[in-house]
Write a protein that binds this ligand. Structure first.
Ligand code: ADP
Ligand code: ASP
Ligand code: MG
Length: 444
């Protein structure tokens, strides 16, 4: 069997959904499970809807729901000659969404749990339409609610899948077979008590490999709006090229350090069962795409990614000199506040660490202060260069540092893994540094 995941831009309107159904049809022999995201920017709109309701702006919230209603009904009517049944199902969902939004408005509070309930509508609506469109084309399509399949903990907003329970649920309920198309939602799941959760923004890719691993899929395909994983974000670097094959560890680093094309957790379930993950373009299905697998041929620089909105925290203390236990005390603070640290650099008297912008730093800084003098620098970017067997070569390093000029580098991390070199720069230098690095490292 295979898993095919389609992202928001791949299902953004009736035309795209037609393409998606055609791609699925061409793969019916392979017993496919189709996992879909919400249409276009629906999830962003739902986030705004909940925020307006919470802030007491009922009209703005309901106007956004009407907008979503219009785009979903338009797609339904364009796709089906007789769209009555589908439109009634859409209406029932929109009624439920209105009810929820009204509830948030009345109590002026949107908990992470309520937010997940609201966000789940995006995927629930898109998959209703896709299933109906596939059935209308004569495909034996069956919609299964992912909340019956993906079991997560109760961390609303970023539910952690419980792999064993999830695998059991999926295997009990799905029997993939040729000429049958299962359709389900990415991004959503539920707790043991049946409460709706989400896996975090962009999480449909992760859903896809969770399904793939549970069903021992031959491959997982991530269908998106670019020709595969590229040497850099093609929206920033005009000359970015598609990478035909990349290893799991390289792809994981790339995803973690900012290449949105696959969600950072996507690779994990695939690694465990050695399932190849393909990244392909819904609008150009004949293009080769990228294959993410255990071993990828070749060495050299593979890609450059960037992640902005990074904050640098430095703790300076002479107590570090010849002392042990200092780092443990320091990291215990991050542990207590459940803040994850990306990069770390130490000197004899100081430690610098990066965290993401949306972290609430006040309690962290308060608890770090007894350990030393704490400084916080905001608006930084991580630039991550990924490659194999290259970072020990002086000539490569000198090319990288020549390309950085004249942008000051605030921090460097090399050596913890053989496959990446990570640099911290000012956020405003991100694009010029990316362009300059790409020009020098991927010169034609
Ligand atoms: P989807 O809606 O299909 O999940 P996303 O918007 O999440 O799609 O991811 C695809 C986008 O990722 C591309 O449009 C591209 O701008 C961005 N991207 C960032 N880095 C890369 C990269 N190295 N290779 C390809 N795409 C990248
Ligand atoms: N629709 C969700 C989001 O926009 C999940 C996804 O597309 O992967 O975050
Ligand atoms: Mg995505």
């Amino acid at each position: 069997m295979i898993v095919m995941k389609f992202g928001g831009s791949s299902v953004r309107n009736a035309d795209m959904i037609r393409r998606v159904v055609a791609i699925a049809r061409s793969r019916l022999e392979d017993a496919p499970l189709l996992v879909s995201s919400a249409m276009g920017k629906t999830t962003d709109t739902l986030v705004l809807t909940a925020a307006h309701a919470r802030d007491g702006d009922r009209d703005a919230a309901f106007a956004l729901i009407e907008k979503l209603e219009a785009t979903h009904h338009a797609a339904a009517r364009e796709l089906l000659a007789d769209s009555g049944g589908l439109e009634r199902a859409l209406n029932r969902h929109f009624e439920e969404l209105r009810g929820l939004t009204q509830g948030i408005y009345l109590i002026r509070e949107c908990t992470a749990r309520s937010s997940d309930a609201v966000l789940s509508f995006g995927e629930r609506l898109s998959t209703l339409i896709i299933t109906a469109a596939a059935r209308d084309q004569g495909i034996d399509a069956e919609l299964v609610d992912a909340r019956r399949l993906i079991r997560t903990d109760a961390t609303f907003g970023s539910g952690a899948p419980q792999m064993d329970g999830t695998r059991r649920l999926i295997r009990e309920q799905l029997r993939p077979r040729p000429h049958h198309l299962y359709v389900t939602q990415g991004f959503i799941g539920s707790t043991e008590d049946g409460v709706t959760t989400t896996l975090g923004r962009g999480g449909s890719d992760y859903s896809a490999t969770i399904f793939g691993a549970a069903l021992d899929a031959e491959s997982v395909e991530i269908w998106t709006d670019v020709d595969g994983i590229m040497t850099s974000d093609p929206r920033v670097i005009a000359g970015a090229r598609t990478i035909p094959a990349i290893s799991y560890d390289e792809a994981a680093e790339l995803a973690y350090f900012g290449a949105r094309v696959v969600h950072p957790y996507t690779i994990l379930p695939a690694i465990r069962r050695a399932i190849p993950v393909w990244v392909k373009n819904t609008s150009v299905p004949e293009a080769h795409g990228t294959c993410i697998q255990a071993q990828a041929q070749g060495s050299g620089i593979r890609a450059i990614a960037s992640k902005s909105g990074v904050t640098l925290i430095t703790v300076q203390s002479s107590r570090m000199l010849n002392a042990y236990g200092f780092l443990r005390a320091l990291f215990a603070v991050f542990d207590t506040h459940r803040v994850s640290v990306d990069l770390v650099a130490t000197s004899e008297v100081s430690v610098s660490m990066t965290v993401e912008r949306d972290v609430d730093l006040a309690p962290v800084v308060r608890d770090l202060t007894p350990l030393g003098e704490v400084s916080v620098e905001r608006e930084k970017s991580i630039i991550c260069i990924i490659g194999r067997d290259v970072f020990r070569r002086a000539e490569v390093l000198s090319r990288i540092f020549a390309a950085m000029h004249p942008s000051p580098v605030r921090m460097i991390s090399l050596g913890s893994s053989d496959i990446n070199l990570t640099l911290l720069v000012a956020e405003s230098d991100t694009v010029p540094v990316l362009r300059s690095l790409h020009d020098r490292l991927f010169a034609p």
